[in-house]
Design a protein. Structure first.
Length: 211
């Protein structure tokens, strides 16, 4: 069985050391029977702040931070924060779920201005437990299947970098659903079929800038 795909978690370990306070004591500096006194709290003491004067701060967008700009049916326009004065690069994105609503794979698509035969590109990420030699198979509306090799793997999963011709992009625009097929490394006699919805693809793809 393939494990579900989850984003990498970056753990920040914060350590704090308690401050040590030393109290000087001297002997015979005050009568032992003198009552201990503490200053009474003064209402409106200097330095006190009313709740309305407290600042809660505001979030700072970091360069490279992903965010969803817009949604088109089952697709989302996912962008990355660019440096000030630069346009945020965006790609059309969909998270693929299995029959139990577990996130298993993801696809990001984008048009290409100078891609040669490829009018669009895509990055498809699947779990590490995928049998790479079986590659990745895609069909649109039950049509002819095409097989794509995996390019590399990293701790987030295994990646296939795919190109689509203008004719194939038009199939996506006219279609209603596509399927992705992969084979688990631990069960090479089985297969995993994921549904890729094409609802909203046309509007989202035409919104994405060519790269």
């Amino acid at each position: 069985m393939l494990k579900t795909l989850s984003p990498l978690l970056i753990a920040a370990l914060l350590a704090s050391a308690p401050a040590a306070f030393a109290q000087d004591t001297t002997e015979d500096t005050a009568p032992t029977d003198a009552p201990a006194t503490e200053p009474a709290p003064t209402e409106g003491a200097e330095g006190a702040q009313a709740p309305g004067d407290l600042s809660l701060g505001e979030p700072i967008d970091q360069v490279g931070q992903p965010y969803i700009r817009e949604e088109f049916g089952d697709w989302a326009l996912r962008c990355l924060r660019a440096a000030e004065g630069q346009d945020d690069p965006c790609q059309l994105y969909q998270l693929l779920m299995d029959e139990n609503d577990n996130a298993v794979a993801e696809i990001s698509m984008f048009p290409l201005a100078n891609g040669g035969e490829a009018a669009a590109g895509a990055t498809i990420v699947v779990p590490l437990e995928t049998l790479l030699t079986q590659q990745l198979t895609m069909t649109v509306d039950g049509g002819q299947a095409r097989r794509y090799p995996f390019t590399f793997c990293n701790p987030a999963g295994c990646v296939a970098r795919v190109g689509f011709t203008t004719e194939e992009v038009n199939l996506f625009k006219r279609g209603s659903a596509a399927n992705l097929r992969m084979v688990p490394a631990g069960a090479p006699d089985q297969e995993v079929i994921l549904n890729l919805s094409l609802n909203g693809f046309t509007a989202g793809f035409e919104t994405t800038d060519a790269q």
